[in-house]
Write a protein that binds this ligand. Structure first.
Ligand code: PNS
Length: 160
């Protein structure tokens, strides 16, 4: 069974993330979406909230599992029996950081490959931080986040 990990902060999950998760689910037998626990990034949503948003919005994908991790991504991947880490690339600006991470991860664990999917054109400009800024300033984010969790996200970000 080919298992892939889709890691990230998902603070919160966007339509861009879901596009990558969905396309990964067509390529691998099983996909584990791994939410980073690291509090250094000062997330707006708790790990449980982020996982619940992901569960709600991926419930139509039977081979997708939601999990969380702390520590090294490659250790988590090994523990789960994954052979690939799948990430979305939006633009050239993502490349340098992603390239560095993939080389480090390869050095740490040569058995795990990093696979990049280019983001679909309609989501190239999306990021969780831009969405949070728009929502906190009263803007409309309905085109950027899944409908099922839209109200929860807006309620949180407008009541900070
Ligand atoms: O959504 P993000 O914040 O871009 O996700 C980044 C993530 C979670 C993929 C990255 O921070 C990560 O892999 N963190 C785990 C720590 C790790 O393994 N570091 C070594 C590779 S640089």
């Amino acid at each position: 069974m080919k298992v892939a990990i889709c890691p990230g902060s998902f603070d919160p999950v966007t339509l861009g993330h879901l596009d990558i998760i969905e396309r990964t689910s067509y390529l691998f037998d099983k996909v584990i979406v791994a939410v980073l626990c690291n509090m250094e990034k000062h997330p707006n949503f708790t790990v449980e909230e982020r996982m619940e948003f992901l569960r709600e919005t991926t419930s139509h994908l039977p081979n997708v599992e939601i999990s969380s991790f702390d520590g090294l991504l490659v250790d988590f991947a090994k523990e789960k029996g994954a052979t690939a880490v799948v990430k979305g690339l939006r633009a050239v600006s993502d490349f340098e950081y992603e390239f560095q991470m993939s080389l480090i991860n390869k050095k740490l664990c040569p058995d795990i490959e990093t696979v990049y999917l280019n983001t679909s054109q309609e989501y190239m400009y999306l990021s969780s931080s831009v969405i949070k800024q728009i929502a906190s300033l009263g803007g409309d984010i309905s085109n950027f986040v899944p409908e099922a969790i839209h109200t929860k996200i807006v309620d949180r970000l407008t009541n900070m």
